[in-house]
Design a protein around this ligand. Structure first.
Ligand code: FES
Length: 224
């Protein structure tokens, strides 16, 4: 029965072409309209999606310029307390691009991490490593206090209380012509080992560095 139906169905020769098609057409009009609708739909979707994707992903691949900024004569920094200095971390955005660093000279009794030309002066970021609030140095207790959720840091920037997940970030320092210069930021784990800069709330102990890798295009500096 099925064989008979197949036999009854008229076969189209090449000359006859497809039903409903003009001479020379190679696809049906239904298929042509459907394909056009898919193509235009794809273009419209891309027109909406690609700009949004570029806007979202762009900052991830931005390369930060590394600059060095003079903050004072080498002899002007004490070992037993911090001096606040203001530096520019992003050019061209006014006050928003400026940040406070707490600075002192390296104290060999306290600062036991390996010594090199970039840590003769200690420059601590004033951003809390819990959620990024500005911390404040309290001279009377030799501690850094975060007013947001009670984060407390010791004299070297190590966490001594509250929710911060790692010590305060640091900046490379160097001395040129008797002037201390502050360079790029880096992060440290609880052993004060250097890592390329991370965001607040990203721990760097244990598997932390693997869970929170640095941005792929961030400029690596010595020993990070
Ligand atoms: S932001 Fe500093 S303790 Fe929460």
């Amino acid at each position: 029965m099925a064989d008979r139906r197949r036999q009854q169905k008229p076969k189209l020769t090449e000359d006859q072409g497809m039903p409903g098609a003009f001479e020379g057409e190679t696809v049906t009009r239904r298929r042509a309209v459907t394909s056009s609708a898919h193509i235009f739909g794809g273009i419209a979707a891309a027109a909406f999606t690609l700009p949004a994707l570029g806007f979202a992903m762009g900052p991830v691949f931005e390369k930060a310029e590394v600059g060095w900024e003079q903050v004072g004569a080498a002899g002007s920094f004490p070992m037993d307390t911090y001096l606040p200095k203001v530096i520019t971390v992003s050019d061209g955005v006014g006050e928003i691009g400026r940040t406070t660093v707490y600075m002192r000279a390296r104290n060999p009794q306290l600062d036991t991490e390996p010594e090199d030309e970039f840590n003769q002066f200690v420059a601590l970021s004033h951003r809390c490593m819990h959620l990024g609030c500005p911390i404040r140095y309290v001279d009377a207790s030799s501690r850094f206090i975060c007013p947001c959720h009670g984060g407390v840091y010791g004299f070297r920037g190590e966490v001594t209380g509250g929710p911060p997940v790692r010590p305060l970030d640091r900046f490379y320092t160097r001395v040129r012509a008797g002037q201390v210069e502050v360079g790029p930021r880096y992060s440290v784990n609880s052993e004060f080992q250097r890592y390329s800069p991370r965001d607040p709330a990203q721990p760097l102990d244990g598997i932390g560095p693997y869970l929170y890798p640095s941005r792929p295009t961030i400029r690596k500096f010595p020993n990070t």
